[in-house]
Design a protein. Sequence first.
Length: 292
Amino acid sequence: MRLVSFREDGRVAVGVLTEDGETVVDLGRVEQRLDTDMISLLGGGQDALDLVARTLDRADLLARRPLSSVRLTAPVPRPGKIICIGLNYRQHAAEMGLPLPEYPVVFAKFGNTVVGPHEPIVIPAVTEQVDYEGELGVVIGGRVRDLPLPRALTSVAGYMAFNDVTARDYQSRGSQWTISKSFDTFAPMGPALVTADEVEDPQNVDLEVTIGDEVLQSANTDDMIFTVAELITYLSSVMTLEPGDVIATGTPSGVGTSRTPPRWLRPGEVVKVKLSGIGTLENPVTGPPRYV
Ligand code: ZN
């Protein structure tokens, strides 16, 4: 199933995007127990997902909305954690001229960075070196700690496209990357959370980033240094992972900063992150906000 969050009547509701991709079923209109938010839904585990499936069967016209009339938000509008992994693709480490990491490189983004599909990535006034990083986003479904490798993927609720937008000049100001990754709007994600049962192998997903006709990143998640399962085992040995936590698993080669000349995002462009079997995340780029 493709789970979505969307704004309606002043609330953020949860829904399911239908097979044809044209209709959103407002789950809370059919089943009161699903009049809730994504984190609570995922916290209900498999029972809640089974209830969603049964609810779909009895969704009448009143609960169906054309996708074109719905404003999707990020599938998880306010994740408890956004944990990002740096340098997790062999070819990306090579293009950055850096050795393969011995342990996962972990940094964070905060809730202010989250935007949904079609919401703008805003170039801040203080930088012109804003770069895209197309990534496989993993959404946690359970409350887990110390998960052994063979069970790691059981904690995954689903997958979505993620763009780890980065201000490269801020990234090179120090050894810590968080500041360069934490501008408002720098974590577009979505459009839908595709449940884990529909993704046969997270290490075999094609990832492509395009702007207009330009194909900027094109890779497969089989180039990851640390697999999704290994990342979950590593992270859960440190911290409790909770429903709705997002892990951005790193970007492949082809980022703007490694190009000659560097290729920065410009207002008016639309960035697309396409993951095979998972969906395409599209975000326009706009200039800095004007404060009066
Ligand atoms: Zn990244």
